[in-house]
Design a protein. Structure first.
Length: 426
């Protein structure tokens, strides 16, 4: 937006800030939040605090630096209020788990380390954040963020002190951060219709098991080498030898094939051509097949066996079944993509396909958040500063999404601000 467009929305933005930042107790800090959001929406190649302060008539670089990097205002109630506004408005088809990387030089910026950087397509010095988004084919928005703390930061007391990382924060795998966010949202009374993620998450059997334990439906991409037994495979127990010793446990006698092998065995005649949405030019179509399978492996079997033991129940060795969705494009020599889903067995294949493909939508979020709203332009180094910045960027994105979807929507009552007790801020 240019300055004229921002001014046209200034009254609406003021109402938005008054609601979303109601948990921030000081009026001057809420005013700085309004100023920061206007700066993020202005056209500009770099959304640093110095640049934004120079563009705005009420921009004060020192005040904005203090608001983002030193102030102790709590971003969590602000994040909750954004979720309360956005979820009813978007009415998501699914929640999407993903992560985003930001190249960053030096070693004193919080959580920066040499790791795979998707933005560069290689290993490089960067920050990585895991996110959960609400998404449909027409709209989406981030609901939660977690900054991934690499292992080398966990015990580095010097860097932790300088960047003000809270004592309770330690290294957690990205899939665990995703579960933490889902648990936080559940604590706010918000549950996903379905969770969607790419193969970096879906291949992890521990994540799939944890979602199932939480009674959350998922549609997760998996790698081709993930193994699963055919649905009708039966565990068998060998005959007992002699009259002493334990009875042999039933198990699958044949090694579980990969999902790629299962898909190849279906034959092309099992695949149906389906459209999942209208693209910019043409309908998006491909060929799909869906079959019931039983995912295999120790990470799958252990919790099932443990649950049976805890209930002192006999386990016949049968592993839980789920959907395997396979895509085999018309011009491909073999299947290309695979998903596992615990959606009900009577779910139509067209619904499975639409859910598998809805993840594309958050690429719009990342483009707007990074290139339009300065998600990756933060120049601070601290843990609180990063979380303040990402919350402000999320708020700016939420405001723009509201204007696109419901420009005349009435204000909603805030549960989070009513129930929260603001802390004193500097």
């Amino acid at each position: 937006m240019d300055a004229h467009e921002v001014n046209r929305f200034r009254a609406k933005l003021a109402l938005f800030v008054a609601d979303v930042f109601a948990s921030v107790p000081r009026k001057d800090q809420r005013a700085k939040g309004d100023c920061y959001l206007r700066g993020l929406k202005l056209d500009g190649r770099r959304k640093s605090i110095q640049a934004m302060a120079s563009w705005l008539p009420d921009g004060n670089e020192q005040n904005l630096q203090q608001f983002v990097n030193q102030s102790t205002w709590d971003p969590v109630p602000v994040q909750r209020r954004i979720c309360e506004r956005m979820l009813p408005l978007i009415d998501p088809t699914a929640w999407v788990i993903d992560d985003v990387s930001v190249p960053k030089d030096g070693r004193m910026s919080v959580a920066v380390a040499p790791q795979y950087c998707g933005a560069l397509g290689k290993r490089a010095n960067c920050q990585v954040a895991v996110s959960v988004h609400a998404a449909t084919d027409t709209a989406s928005c981030p609901l939660q963020w977690r900054l991934f703390l690499p292992k080398e930061w966990a015990a580095d007391t010097g860097r932790r002190a300088v960047t003000r990382i809270p004592p309770e924060v330690t290294h957690r795998e990205k899939w665990r951060l995703a579960l933490d966010m889902l648990d936080t949202l559940a604590g706010w009374g918000m549950r996903p219709p379905v969770v969607v993620a790419d193969a970096a998450y879906g291949t992890n059997a521990h994540l799939r098991s944890a979602l199932a334990d939480r009674e959350i439906h998922y549609m997760l991409a998996v790698r081709a080498d993930v193994t699963a037994h055919p649905f009708d495979a039966k565990p068998e127990a060998p005959d007992r030898k002699g009259r002493v010793g334990c009875w042999p446990q039933p198990r699958y006698r044949q090694p579980a094939p990969s999902v790629a092998a299962l898909a190849a065995g279906l034959g092309q005649e099992a695949f149906t051509s389906l459209t999942w949405r209208q693209g910019a030019r043409d309908e998006l179509r491909s060929r799909f097949a869906a079959v019931r399978v039983r995912p295999a492996g120790n990470a799958v079997e252990r919790p099932v066996r443990a649950a049976a033991s805890a209930e002192q129940a006999w386990w016949d060795g049968t592993l839980p079944d789920c959907w395997l969705l396979v895509e085999w494009p018309e011009d491909a020599e073999a299947p290309t993509d695979y998903w596992l889903s615990n959606l009900p067995a009577d779910t139509p294949i067209a619904d499975l396909v639409r859910l598998a493909k809805v993840r594309w939508r958050i690429e719009h979020d990342y483009r707007e958040l990074k290139h339009g709203l300065g998600l990756d332009h933060f120049e601070g180094r601290s843990w609180p500063g990063w979380h303040h910045h990402v919350t402000l960027v999320t708020a700016a994105h939420a405001f723009l999404t509201e204007q696109r979807l419901a420009p005349k929507a009435p204000e909603q009552h805030s549960l989070s601000t009513r129930s929260s007790t603001p802390s004193r801020t500097s």
